[in-house]
Design a protein around this ligand. Structure first.
Ligand code: GDP
Ligand code: MG
Length: 175
């Protein structure tokens, strides 16, 4: 049960990236610690929250999901409005989703606040035999673009907490 706590900050974080890279599952893993086996494409749900403490401050992370709009390149500027952080997700087994990361960075630079903290996330790291994107390639890109970087598995939970906490701590350092 959650006690009535004073919330010091609300941090809006957007999750972006191509369709089917695991955005919704990452969100479910972080906010509910679950992986939904037959997940359908996201419909309707706008955001989920998790309240946590960073450096003695109570932070409500309000994490927004694209609701399937990524398919039509229709993520609107309202989605980015007020966002302090972004999780930019690709699938380590799908080259195209990594190739599109640059386009998503452009989207962020065009629509989001200039101080937005961006975490590049290579998801599905559990699919070891199907990997097509070497970690080093992503690290290189992240350094060039000044993004934080992590590889995760929403399926087994590896690094999911770590990636979200890292992003939230960084936002905390910026605000
Ligand atoms: P979204 O379109 O980016 O929101 O992607 P979803 O979260 O709906 O996930 C797309 C598909 O990838 C689903 O079939 C998930 O079960 C699967 N998936 C998501 N994350 C992982 C992961 O970390 N590992 C594996 N093996 N599959 C995943
Ligand atoms: Mg989704």
């Amino acid at each position: 049960m959650q006690t009535l706590e004073k919330i010091d900050y609300v941090f809006k974080v957007v999750v972006i990236g191509d369709s089917a890279v695991g955005k919704t599952q990452l969100l479910g893993r972080f906010t509910k610690d679950e992986f939904c086996i037959d997940s359908k494409s996201t419909i309707g749900v706008e955001f989920q929250t998790r309240t946590l403490t960073i450096k003695n401050k109570v932070i409500k992370a309000q994490i927004w999901d694209t609701a399937g709009q990524e398919r039509y390149r229709a993520v609107t500027s309202a989605y980015y409005r007020g966002a302090l952080g972004a999780m930019l997700v690709y699938d380590v087994t799908k080259r195209q989703t990594f190739d599109h990361v640059a386009r998503w960075v452009d989207e962020l630079r065009a629509h989001a606040d200039t101080s937005i903290v961006i975490m590049l996330v290579g998801n599905k790291a559990d699919l070891v035999d199907l990997r097509t994107i070497p970690t080093e390639d992503a690290i290189e890109f992240a350094e060039e673009q000044e993004l934080f970087f992590s590889e995760t598995s929403a399926l087994n939970g590896d690094n999911v907490e770590k990636a979200f906490f890292r992003l939230l701590e960084e936002i905390h350092g910026v605000v």
